[in-house]
Design a protein around this ligand. Structure first.
Ligand SMILES: Nc1ncnc2c1ncn2[C@@H]1O[C@H](COP(=O)(O)OP(=O)(O)O)[C@@H](O)[C@H]1O
Ligand SMILES: [Mg+2]
Length: 511
């Protein structure tokens, strides 16, 4: 027994000797700074002469921060974690690299904070790779023109303000004008379209975000979605970082050749958060007290959205940044900045919202500067001049309010225009397929809906869509595939539309 014990002891000693023989004492230099001031989401730190801009730092309790200002005597840091426990005199250590976030396919279907920490209670997100939150935009030579449409499922957008994959289209409007609803419908419409979606909530109320996530689950959109949340209660530094981190996560998918859609909801909050941090860290304020580089923080973010060329995998990142205007002022500082950075805007008008024209898109003030080239040819054939005739109608309608007597042609233009407006209305959560959109647009532009009462247009649309999917599946398919409508299909579509309307009329007459 003693022999055995002695053997074990000798073996153990041998192992220890071997390990110690390999051990080399290493000198590790670590800079340690001292907190001079902490509060309101920022810290000013003395020491740390070697830290770099955008480097991550750690406070006691593992609280994260990011270097924001590098001054002669002190370092200004934005805090990314709750900081109640921190106080002056605490130690600060640099992590030795720029702040990075985890990326990977495991993020799909998850709700995370900008640092990739789960918020959905589904346990840790297993990711092995990390990439910097702020990355350079792809070079010009790596980019390809935008050629493929991104269908929103909303007639007014797809027909009049089409968006292409890789484009940046601003959504702007006053509070509660349906901005989030438009973005959400677009996400819901990406089901089975091979487009992954990233929704980045910045500075919103948690209840609003919770409602949105519930909607994503309800319409089975969560499986192809990633939600990145920095709500209004989070430290301002985390809110500021959210869109950059979300873009890094989205770029991971893009670089695998996937088409990705990212929604920033909203950048008004983001700009305000940046102003708050800059003022606290004493950067000089300029117009509306925003710091001088406010344009740059949004342009460097949105420049990362693009369509990569085939050599880089051919993926794309489409951005829908959201901006909230005040009192319908599109020409305020932040909105004009964003309008000039993006490739077009969708303006939502509270007046239209009040009149019940939903989605409340003001066609005259909205534009898409690159999407037109990507639009499926069928749209151009059916609704090519709709934009022009619709704005002419709107002008005419204003005039006709003065009670002048109208000639027959004007009256007809007005009647047609009202029907077009009725057709462009669309309830929330009901995105339409391309074929359905084409069928109703064709019906209204060729005058099939002229004999339908305005109040019955919504029902008539449903009838037409149902008849189409039941009776002309081949035509549906060829429209969906982007083929141009030939004469035969065109006539067949109109015939089915007319027949469906007549039979539903007869039916309601019989009842
Ligand atoms: N097309 C629509 N049909 C019906 N209701 C809508 C439509 N678009 C938006 N809404 C409703 O309008 C309200 C405000 O929309 P929301 O998207 O939250 O506004 P915002 O993001 O501009 O503040 C919501 O209650 C939403 O359900
Ligand atoms: Mg909103």
């Amino acid at each position: 027994m003693e022999k055995v014990l002695e053997g074990v002891v000798n073996d153990t000693i041998a192992v220890f000797k071997r390990v110690l023989a390999d051990y080399k004492a290493e000198l590790k230099i670590e800079e340690v700074g001292t907190v001079k001031f902490v509060g309101q989401g920022i810290a000013r730190v003395l020491g740390l002469p070697g830290v770099k801009s955008e480097e991550g730092v750690r406070f006691p309790g593992n609280a994260l921060g990011r270097v924001f200002n590098l001054d002669a005597e002190e370092v200004g840091i934005i805090l990314l974690d709750k900081s109640e426990h921190l106080k002056a005199g605490n130690e600060v250590r640099g992590i030795g690299r720029v702040l990075d976030v985890p990326v990977g396919n495991a993020l799909l279907g998850r709700v995370v904070d900008p640092m990739g920490r789960p918020l959905d209670g589904l346990g840790a997100v297993r990711l092995s790779e990390r990439r910097p939150a702020e990355r350079e935009a792809p070079a010009i030579m790596d980019r390809a023109p935008v050629t493929v449409p991104l269908q929103t499922g909303l007639k007014v957008v797809d027909a009049l303000i089409p968006i292409g994959r890789g484009q940046r289209e601003l959504i702007l409007g006053d509070r509660s004008s349906g901005k989030t609803a438009l973005a959400l419908d677009t996400i819901i419409n990406q089901k089975d379209q091979d487009v992954l979606c990233v929704y980045c909530a910045i500075g919103q109320r948690s209840s609003a975000v919770a409602r949105l996530i519930a909607d994503l689950h309800k319409y089975q959109a969560m499986e192809y979605c990633l939600v990145v949340v920095a709500s209004g209660e989070e430290p301002p530094g985390l809110q500021f970082l959210a869109p950059y981190a979300a873009t890094t996560m989205a770029e991971y998918f893009m670089e695998q050749g996937r088409d990705v859609l990212i929604v920033y909801d909203d950048l008004t909050h983001h700009a305000r958060t940046y102003r708050e941090l800059s003022l606290l860290l004493r950067r000089p304020p300029s117009r509306e007290a925003f710091p001088g580089d406010i344009f740059y923080i949004h342009s460097r973010l949105l420049e990362r959205s693009t369509h990569l060329n085939a050599a880089r995998g051919g993926g794309s990142l489409t951005a829908l940044p959201v901006i909230e205007t005040e009192a319908q002022d599109m020409s305020a500082y932040i909105p004009t900045n964003l309008i000039s950075i993006t490739d077009g805007q969708i303006y939502l008008s509270p007046d239209l919202f009040q009149k019940g024209v939903l989605p409340a898109v003001d066609v005259g003030k909205s534009v898409s500067r690159v999407g037109g080239k990507t639009q499926l040819p069928t749209y151009r054939a059916v609704a090519g001049n709709l934009r022009l005739s619709y704005s002419q109608f709107e002008e005419l309608e204003v005039f006709s309010r003065f009670g002048t007597r109208l000639d027959e042609a004007t009256r007809q233009t007005l009647e047609r225009g009202r029907r077009v407006r009725e057709v462009l209305k669309q309830p929330q959560y009901e995105p339409m397929t391309v074929a359905e959109q084409i069928a109703v647009l064709l019906a209204v532009t060729t005058g099939v809906f002229d004999d339908v009462n305005i109040e019955e247009i919504a029902v008539a649309q449903k009838t037409v869509c149902k008849a189409l999917t039941e009776q002309l599946p081949d035509v549906c398919k060829s429209i969906q595939d982007g083929k141009i409508l030939n004469d035969g299909d065109h006539d067949a579509l109109l015939k089915v539309t007319r027949d469906a309307l007549t039979s539903s009329k007869n039916q309601s007459a019989n009842n």
